[in-house]
Ligand binder design. Structure first.
Ligand SMILES: *[C@@H]1O[C@H](CO)[C@@H](O)[C@H](O)[C@H]1NC(C)=O
Ligand SMILES: *[C@@H]1O[C@H](CO)[C@@H](O)[C@H](O)[C@H]1NC(C)=O
Ligand SMILES: *[C@@H]1O[C@H](CO)[C@@H](O)[C@H](O)[C@H]1NC(C)=O
Ligand SMILES: *[C@@H]1O[C@H](CO)[C@@H](O)[C@H](O)[C@H]1NC(C)=O
Ligand SMILES: *[C@@H]1O[C@H](CO)[C@@H](O)[C@H](O)[C@H]1NC(C)=O
Ligand SMILES: *[C@@H]1O[C@H](CO)[C@@H](O)[C@H](O)[C@H]1NC(C)=O
Ligand SMILES: *[C@@H]1O[C@H](CO)[C@@H](O)[C@H](O)[C@H]1NC(C)=O
Ligand SMILES: *[C@@H]1O[C@H](CO)[C@@H](O)[C@H](O)[C@H]1NC(C)=O
Length: 783
């Protein structure tokens, strides 16, 4: 090679070693292969462009051939599969750099806009193409991969992506971006560029779109806002320059480091600066359902309790439950899971439902009750339900100790070895056998639980939402079937029916006091049925039996009955706080939004029980605020259920020509169509609207266009003016919108379009999305 030495240093690169072995310009019609001549060197021989080896394959890029493992600073098409050894790189006579391999079609390593006259591997580490006017028309510095070198910049909105591993240059898990607001920030790949996901930033916001990251050849790394403001100096100016190479790289572990190398010493890279020293901070450094913990400054990935590393996985894939999480809908979920706390960890916030004002015990219980809930985070009385997988977990030391994650774990004997979730790889056979045992034992357990009567299940549930009253008296009453009383008994109990507390569709209700030997007394409500058919004794017995079997905390409890000659009476628990109607329409001080929403959920649960969970399906037929009673714990309970069959046929005409109450009855009543549970759902929808707005569904004292609540709400909803319905400030806008939408779905004219009570519950809880309700008379869409 007799070509005269002609140095072209377009980026002000000053450093030249005397003993240059490299060529300056790469001549046309020149080829490289991985096995023979594999690269073109820079004049100093420090940098090379060409094939480098990783594993059994090859990549094309810029690297430092003299370093151990050939440090790579740029790679062409890093996400393509490695190249076979018979690939070729050809700088052809028309100036194109063509990569040919058996695997794929020929590709051009660079596609400049002009015709290439020459190429050069510069001593800065920049591989450049020139046109015939010696102007650079393409350079590797313009498309950095995971590294910038001295003299290189990271322009606004440019990103560096880490490599998958030291042996795999393909795109890895982390990136650094020069944001358009002037912030340099690190994120896990594939997440939004928001503070919630970033794990480090330069703290230089609001500096506009022209800020760039600079690395000078003396190792000075800084953010520059044109025309000359140094926003952040990560290193200082004037580090040793002679014989030194600097590079800033986002490494596979997610840390952004500035390295230096003394080329005359032939030793290894040393770290000059790094963005954060916390190896656990890169979100996603551990796989799914894992969290990162610093052990002696070494980040280590641990599985959640009850989880094991994905089998045949390599750690990055994360952990999964080591038992089969059967659909909990087939069995009572409370019998299948324990909940274990995982203290001092933080996770990505992927909450699908938030419950507020709960104690941590209530929060745990709420998750246990919810099939979709697999974990909850709890802090500041806020209970956030989570689904798997959980991401970005890490252990925090000290901080945020009032935030806690609880995770459902299988009900197998809770673990010893894996208690702390240390990653362990089980012998396959062992694991499989253990899973069998776990499944078999949990099925057996479930069967035992089912065999035990529903009362216990009921009590578990009651515990979940509220403490059972402490006095044993109530408990003993509740545990037995309704008692039979004589008319004389009940005369005594009610003081000869002296204190009337209500009048309903079925008769008059009196207050009474049941005396009970050692346990003292209990206030009850005695309902004297007046309008029921006198024939059909067995029917009365059957209904009482049915009602007596309903055990639900959101249903008024039947304690006893009297079937004595012509007299029919029912004895119920007494509800001290009146009815929902009093609360909504009478009380001076309006109930708070939270209280009202809780009451709505109580009604839903009670109705869900009547419709789907009790032995005989019960259609209430007369859901209205007067029939929702409230006890001294502000627990709402549905009353008067199970009685509709007892009405005399002629009594069905008493109110509106149909059973039920004007304003609440479903349209199908009027149309002589079969009445199903969907009629209750309609009535519930109306009640829900009344709960939301605190007014009656029909109020002719208002202007005509506001008299019908359902119509008014729909119009406001369509106009996006829900705030006009309620005192808006104190209410979560999303919850209001969701609740109104549910009510509108429930009050659709077409029964089949109305959701089931189960769906209503999921929608109100926020577990499933609520589609936009169609117009009330719509037949077109379904839910
Ligand atoms: C070179 O690679 C080997 C295996 O890939 C690794 O063990 C070694 O630490 C690497 N050396 C350097 C300096 O990166
Ligand atoms: C490259 O080698 C593979 C086998 O490793 C062979 O199938 C292919 O034909 C070869 N391609 C060329 C262009 O030699
Ligand atoms: C290198 O390429 C430049 C730009 O085309 C050209 O001006 C120069 O003469 C070339 N030098 C050599 C030694 O080929
Ligand atoms: C950013 O640079 C562009 C182009 O040089 C310029 O037009 C714009 O005004 C600059 N913006 C700021 C905020 O400096
Ligand atoms: C950052 O470096 C520049 C250039 O050396 C210097 O002028 C400036 O004062 C430095 N800023 C800080 C805050 O150190
Ligand atoms: C680089 O190494 C050479 C040889 O060991 C030494 O003389 C020189 O001081 C080193 N340069 C720096 C900046 O450490
Ligand atoms: C690690 O596991 C993931 C997912 O199972 C897989 O995609 C990846 O190729 C594996 N990596 C290695 C080096 O085995
Ligand atoms: C599941 O893992 C826990 C600990 O993580 C262990 O105690 C339990 O025995 C395991 N169950 C099975 C079925 O492997």
């Amino acid at each position: 090679m007799a070509a005269p030495i002609f140095f072209l240093l377009p980026l002000g690169f000053l450093f030249i070693t005397a003993t240059s072995q490299g060529q300056k310009n790469i001549s046309l019609a020149n080829s490289l292969t991985p096995t023979s001549k594999s690269s073109w060197l820079s004049p100093s021989g420090i940098f090379a462009f060409g094939f480098y080896q990783r594993g059994n394959g090859y990549y094309v890029g810029v690297f430092l051939p003299g370093t151990s493992n050939k440090t790579v600073v740029w790679t062409y098409n890093r996400d393509n599969p490695p190249l076979p050894s018979n690939s070729t790189l050809h700088f052809d006579s028309s100036g194109r750099i063509v990569l040919s391999s058996a695997q794929a079609q020929d590709t051009y390593v660079a596609t400049p806009s002009d015709t290439t006259a020459a190429a050069s591997m510069l001593d800065s580490g920049n591989f450049v193409l020139y046109n015939s006017n010696q102007v650079i028309i393409w350079q590797s510095f313009d498309t950095p991969t995971d590294t910038i070198l001295g003299g290189q910049r990271l322009l606004a909105s440019q990103e560096l992506h880490s490599s998958a591993s030291v042996t795999d240059p393909s795109t890895g898990l982390f990136l650094v971006i020069m944001q358009l607001d002037g912030v340099l920030a690190l994120y896990p790949d594939g997440t939004p560029f928001t503070a919630a996901y970033g794990y480090w930033d330069s703290g230089t916001p609001n500096n506009g779109p022209n800020v760039t990251l600079h690395l000078e050849d003396d190792g000075f790394l800084y953010l520059l806002k044109p025309p000359g403001v140094y926003l952040a100096n990560f290193t200082s100016q004037g580090l040793p320059k002679e014989d030194m190479i600097y590079r800033a790289t986002i490494d596979p572990d997610g840390l952004f480091r500035l390295y230096s190398l003394n080329i005359s010493r032939k030793d290894d890279w040393s770290v000059v600066w790094l963005a954060t020293t916390d190896g656990c901070s890169p979100k996603g450094i551990c796989g799914l359902n894992m969290f990162c913990a610093n052990m002696d400054l070494n980040p280590q990935c641990l599985c959640l309790p009850g989880f094991a590393t994905v089998r045949d996985g390599n750690g990055t894939a994360g952990c999964e439950r080591n038992f089969t999480a059967e659909s909990c809908k087939t069995m009572d979920s409370t019998t299948r899971y324990n909940i274990q706390p995982v203290p001092s960890t933080i996770w990505e916030d992927a909450t699908y439902s938030t419950l507020t004002s709960l104690t941590s015990e209530e929060c745990v219980a709420a998750c246990q009750q919810d099939c979709n809930c697999e974990a909850v985070t709890y802090s500041d009385q806020s209970c956030n339900k989570q689904k798997l997988p959980l991401r970005f977990g890490r252990r925090v030391v000290g901080g945020n100790s009032n935030s806690l994650l609880y995770i459902k774990v299988g009900d197998a004997p809770s673990g010893e070895g894996g208690r702390n979730g240390l990653v362990q790889k089980d012998n396959d056979k062992h694991t499989r056998r253990d899973i069998l045992i776990a499944v078999a034992s949990s099925i057996a357990f479930a069967i035992v639980m089912l065999a035990v009567s529903g009362i216990i299940v009921h009590k578990n549930r009651a515990w979940v939402y509220e403490m059972l009253p402490k006095d044993g008296f109530l408990r003993t009453i509740e545990d037995v079937a309704p008692r039979s009383y004589t008319f004389e008994d009940l005369k005594k109990v009610t003081g000869n029916f002296s204190e009337e507390i209500g009048k309903g569709a079925f008769g008059t209700v009196y207050k009474g006091t049941l005396m009970r030997n050692l346990h003292g007394s209990k206030v009850v409500a005695v309902k004297k049925l007046e309008k029921i058919s006198s024939e059909g004794e067995s029917e009365f017995q059957a209904e009482v039996k049915t009602i007596g079997k309903t055990h639900h905390r959101n249903l008024v409890r039947l304690l006893g009955y009297c079937h004595d000659g012509p007299n029919r009476l029912l004895v119920y628990e007494y509800m001290s706080n009146g009815s929902l109607a009093d609360l909504l329409f009478k009380d001076e001080k309006q109930a708070s939004w939270d209280v009202k929403m809780r009451i709505a959920l109580h009604i839903v649960r009670g109705l869900l029980y009547l419709h789907e969970e009790c032995e005989t399906q019960i259609i209430h037929c007369d859901i209205k605020p007067q029939n929702i009673l409230i006890d001294d714990n502000m627990q709402a309970k549905i009353s008067d259920f199970g009685l509709s069959k007892l009405l005399k046929p002629d009594q069905t005409n008493t109110t509106t020509g149909i059973r039920g109450t004007r304003g609440y009855v479903a349209p199908e009543w009027h149309k002589n169509l079969p009445v199903t549970v969907k009629a209750d759902i309609y009535s519930f929808g109306i009640v829900l609207l009344e709960i939301i707005c605190c007014r009656r569904s029909v109020d002719w004292s208002l202007p005509e266009e506001e008299a019908l609540l359902e119509e008014l709400v729909y119009n406001r909803f369509q106009a996006g003016e829900l705030d006009k319905l309620v005192d808006y400030q104190t209410i979560d806008k999303k919850q209001l919108e969701r609740t109104v939408s549910v009510a509108l779905w429930c009050t659709l004219e077409e029964p089949s379009l109305r959701p089931s009570m189960r769906k209503v519950l999921l929608m109100l809880e926020g577990t499933v999305d609520v589609p936009i309700p169609p117009s009330p008379t719509s037949f077109l869409s379904t839910i």
